[in-house]
Design a protein around this ligand. Structure first.
Ligand code: 9UX
Length: 72
């Protein structure tokens, strides 16, 4: 099963931030695809809900030093 979620990501100010957040997301177990956009401060993540929850994804982004919340 694959779910798709949109995440607001705050505090990204340059392309390196985007690459950093994408790299963190793509290394998480259960994350199949992650695309982060600087202009909109949004991230689109496809994940397997049996391996990771949206709350754990938010937590991983915050652990890397950015603000994050899940958008329904
Ligand atoms: Mo760019 Mo982001 O120099 O924390 S990497 S601001």
């Amino acid at each position: 099963q694959t779910l798709s979620g949109q995440f607001r990501i705050g505090g990204m100010t340059c392309t390196n931030c985007v690459n950093s957040v994408e790299g963190i997301l793509r290394k998480l177990p259960g994350v199949k695809r992650a695309v982060v956009a600087l202009a909109t401060s949004l991230g689109e993540v496809e994940y397997d809900p049996s391996l990771i929850s949206k709350d754990e994804i938010v937590q991983a982004i915050e652990d890397s030093g950015f603000d994050s919340s899940f958008l329904e």
